[in-house]
Design a protein around this ligand. Structure first.
Ligand SMILES: [Fe+2]
Length: 490
């Protein structure tokens, strides 16, 4: 590790001082621990475009594009706190990078839920961990859509995603909400999962989860629906993510099952590990060709990606847990400034589920702790060498502090530790201009510096992430922690 560079980043980041929060509208709650700023209300008017300060290194030549991220950013009205981190209203952050500079802006997605609750100045809509107010009218899932989980760019059109409702289209420059995206008239209001899978040619596969009945979208790079099929899983698991290979779709049924559809959903989820973790493998070209595989019962939120080797074996990168976390209690604690390890957070292990051509399946763990596994987008669904993820703990604080790069070829991993005063978020691959190999890439990720009270964006070179960022920028304020993002090259 390059301690000189890391020390320099720490010193420069800290020099801005925690007082920066006060003048920029992020509503840190008095009496809360320092990390709770990651779960504080963002300014309701959003963040107008503002240049970030270069605090270390320089942006590489050719690094040009826009980094979008989404996450919950409204958690309390007065003394009332939302029932779960997952139920905060979505705010999309936008960081335009190029010419050596970074400019940040952010806006809430103007969902029905956000508009109604801001008008009433109280929580109304039911959600993942929120019971909701009986007076709140719920005619469709989009009345409770928080639009807070991820973003998807399709043919120049930007969308904020949630797992149980429609995609919401935003202006990619101003982040102004344009409205619900209807992919095809007969699919109006159909859920659009927050983990679409984008093939290297731009073809998008995604799920519409509605209990045991799951719709499968195939969307072309222009945004047209090529097909929509339904499958019945025979059970209603918590489905947050899934996987594809070049030839197959892989729906993963974890034994965390919904036994009734009454909000808050988290209370309706039952953990039945004895039922195993099942994978439904569907042939993309003939969806009647389906087979099941099974491994020991584990919980998960995220896959990295999957691929098939020459023998026909399927490999799925996945962050596995021995049991679910972020269930009842988890998530609410964070809003209220409490951190309960094991409830609010647990150690996921980057693992690989391998399903042999004959159907036998097994789990191989790398032993590397972490979450938010991500792969190079040009190799999604294909054989590849790397998976990036974030992990590591600071004592007494939630969140990750480290970015890791798993090298499946060598079986080893490299890491960069941002330190105890920072909370790291998902890091994405950005292909270098003209780069041909998977290795010709950078990683980009946001980090909340809780020592200085500033949000940062860092660029690392895949050639050696342990050397630390090649460029680091800090905003003069913080914005709340989020979930997922996308990078749109210029
Ligand atoms: Fe996710």
């Amino acid at each position: 590790m390059n301690m000189t560079r890391r020390s320099l980043i720490a010193a420069l980041g800290a020099s801005a001082g925690a007082a920066t929060l006060a003048g920029h509208g992020l509503a840190a709650v008095p009496g809360m621990p320092d990390w709770q700023v990651g779960y504080a209300n963002a300014p309701v008017e959003g963040f107008a475009p503002r240049a970030m300060d270069l605090i270390s290194g320089r942006l590489p030549d050719g690094f040009e594009g826009t980094f979008y991220r989404n996450g919950p950013a409204w958690f309390r009205y007065g003394s009332e706190t939302t029932g779960h981190w997952f139920d905060g209203d979505g705010m999309v952050q936008r960081i335009a990078l190029g010419g050596g500079k970074a400019v940040h802006s952010g806006q809430f997605v103007a969902t029905t839920k956000h508009r109604m609750e801001q008008a009433a100045q109280r929580f109304l809509a039911p959600g993942f961990g929120t019971a909701g107010d009986a007076s709140y009218p719920v005619a469709s899932a989009d009345d409770v859509n928080a639009a807070n989980t991820s973003v998807l760019m399709v043919d120049g059109r930007l969308h904020a995603l949630w797992e149980a409702g429609s995609a919401v289209e935003l202006d990619p420059d101003t982040l102004e909400t344009r409205g619900i995206r209807t992919w095809r008239d007969d699919l109006k209001g159909m859920p659009f999962l927050a983990h679409p899978k984008v093939e290297p040619d731009g073809t998008i596969w995604n799920l519409a989860v509605n209990g045991p009945h799951v719709g499968i979208y195939k969307i072309n790079p222009a945004g047209g629906v090529e097909r929509f099929d339904m499958v019945n899983l025979g059970a209603a698991p918590y489905i947050h993510d899934w996987a594809i290979t070049a030839r197959h779709l892989i729906l993963i049924v974890q034994p965390w099952l919904v036994d009734r559809f009454v909000p808050p959903i988290v209370n309706a989820l039952e953990w039945r590990p004895e039922e195993g973790l099942k994978l439904l493998i569907i042939d993309k070209d003939d969806m009647s060709r389906r087979r099941w595989a099974e491994v020991d019962g584990h919980a998960f939120f995220h896959t990295g990606a999957a691929w098939e080797d020459a023998s026909g074996a399927i490999h799925v990168d996945i962050a596995l847990y021995p049991e679910p976390y972020m269930g009842p209690g988890g998530g609410t604690n964070l809003m209220e400034g409490r951190y309960v390890p094991g409830e609010d957070e647990a150690d996921g292990l980057l693992s690989r589920i391998i399903v042999e051509a004959d159907g036998r399946a097994r789990i191989e763990s790398t032993g590397i702790g972490g979450e938010f596994p991500v792969v190079h987008p040009a190799f999604h669904g294909l054989g590849r060498r790397f998976t990036a993820l974030i992990g590591g703990h600071s004592p007494g604080r939630p969140g990750a502090r480290r970015v890791s790069l798993m090298d499946w070829q060598t079986g080893g991993a490299s890491h960069f530790d941002y330190g105890a005063g920072r909370m790291a978020e998902e890091h994405l691959f950005v292909a270098k201009p003209g780069g041909r190999s998977e290795r010709d890439a950078w990683l980009i990720g946001t980090v909340l510096n809780i020592t200085s009270g500033r949000s940062e964006v860092h660029v690392l070179d895949l050639a050696d992430i342990s050397a630390g960022p090649v460029a680091s920028f800090a905003a003069r304020y913080a914005w709340p922690l989020g979930f997922h993002g996308t990078f749109a090259p210029a």
